[in-house]
Design a protein around this ligand. Structure first.
Ligand SMILES: NC(=O)c1ccc[n+]([C@@H]2O[C@H](COP(=O)([O-])OP(=O)(O)OC[C@H]3O[C@@H](n4cnc5c(N)ncnc54)[C@H](OP(=O)(O)O)[C@@H]3O)[C@@H](O)[C@H]2O)c1
Length: 325
């Protein structure tokens, strides 16, 4: 039988989401941690086939077909390269890497190895956000004019996120990149960005809050507000897309989408796989099996990263920054 197992590289927070999705899909798992005890505990909890105290040993296991890179941002490239060298396909957590040069090396290595490289951008697979995409593509909003993507709250971070070198930035390259992805997907590729950061409220390796204004194709305007330093805000927040015929509001947790406009009001509710992890892993599994290029391939992840890094340049240089097409 062909190898089908997925190796989890790193047994931290996001690894739990992938492990849960693999269990739902019946995809065999191998867990790998720098700490063998943690790998074993993870394997017990999620019914994995085996546990390893070494990432390298796990990638060399004959049952493995792919690896899911669940490590800090500055570990994505070395861990992805290790998996590719072992002949595995790679699902790498977002951001693809902290720099475009690292993203290019990863994309080049996957191409050279003839292996799938997919970025684990789960928002792309969230049913509510896919619904927004269908509303836009189906002309239900008319011509898109403005996108306001707001995700602001308060959370203290620890560990590698306090180290700018490990993270490659702050809130925008971490959680904010999800909203950058939706901005691109719903509004088109940003041509120019201008970003500002307020003084920091919570400890983080980079910025704890950012406001990003983007010029999109056709003069459409996009705005992303992302913060971990904003106390007192409700957990329910939404992303808004306004067109000439109406506006849709998508709950950031993926539970509902409200459409309002000339043709009345319509509420759509979503109950299953609201965070898109099962659909995402299923897409990776399919891509591995039939050699299909995934929707969130390395090039797509690189484009998300390019917008984030242009915003960082804008912040540093205090001016709008063009993004090459
Ligand atoms: N899609 C999403 O919604 C989402 C949400 C959160 C995070 N993420 C992404 O997932 C990745 C991991 O984030 P996380 O929140 O899961 O972080 P985390 O809980 O800190 O887990 C990261 C894991 O990486 C491993 N690791 C390897 N080298 C390390 C080092 N030098 N320092 C610290 N840990 C190291 C550790 O696993 P072992 O000790 O077991 O080896 C650690 O548990 C990041 O790329 C992040 O952006 C995505």
């Amino acid at each position: 039988m062909a190898a089908r197992a997925l190796v989890l590289l790193g047994c931290g927070w996001i690894a739990r989401r992938h492990a849960g999705a693999a269990r739902r899909l019946g995809i065999p798992l191998l867990t790998a941690s720098r700490d063998a005890g943690r790998a074993r505990a993870f394997a017990r909890e999620f019914g994995a086939a085996a546990a390893f105290g070494s990432y390298e040993e796990a990638t060399r296991d004959r049952r493995a077909a792919g690896a899911i890179v669940c490590t800090p941002h500055n570990r994505h490239l070395p861990d992805a390269l290790m998996a590719l060298e072992a002949g595995l396909h790679v699902l790498v957590e977002k951001p693809i890497a902290p720099t475009l040069a690292e993203a290019d090396r990863m994309i080049g290595a996957a191409d050279a190895a003839g292996r799938i490289l997919m970025v684990a951008e789960n928002v792309h697979f969230m049913p509510a956000f896919r619904h927004v995409q269908r509303l836009i593509a189906g002309g239900r909003l008319g011509e898109v004019r403005e996108l306001h993507l707001v995700a602001r709250g308060y959370r203290r971070q620890g560990g590698w996120r306090l180290d700018a070198g490990a993270c490659g930035g702050g809130v925008l390259i971490d959680g904010g990149i999800h909203h950058v992805h939706n901005l691109r997907r719903w509004g088109g590729e940003p041509r120019r960005v201008f970003a500002l950061v307020p003084p920091r409220t919570v400890a983080l390796g980079g910025e704890d809050a950012v406001d990003l204004l983007a010029e999109l194709p056709g003069g459409v305007v996009g705005f992303v507000a992302n913060s971990l330093g904003a106390r007192g805000l409700p957990r329910v927040q939404w992303s808004t897309v306004t067109g000439t015929d109406g506006t849709c509001f998508a709950d950031n947790r993926g539970r509902w989408v409200l459409l309002r406009g000339g043709r009345g009001t319509r509420l759509s509710l979503f109950f299953r796989d609201t965070r898109g992890h099962v659909a995402m892993l299923s897409a990776f599994d399919e891509a591995m099996r039939i050699g299909k290029t995934p929707e969130t391939d390395g090039a797509d992840g690189r484009r998300d990263l390019a917008v984030v890094l242009a915003a960082y340049r804008s912040i540093a240089e205090r001016r709008p920054v063009d993004i090459p097409c």
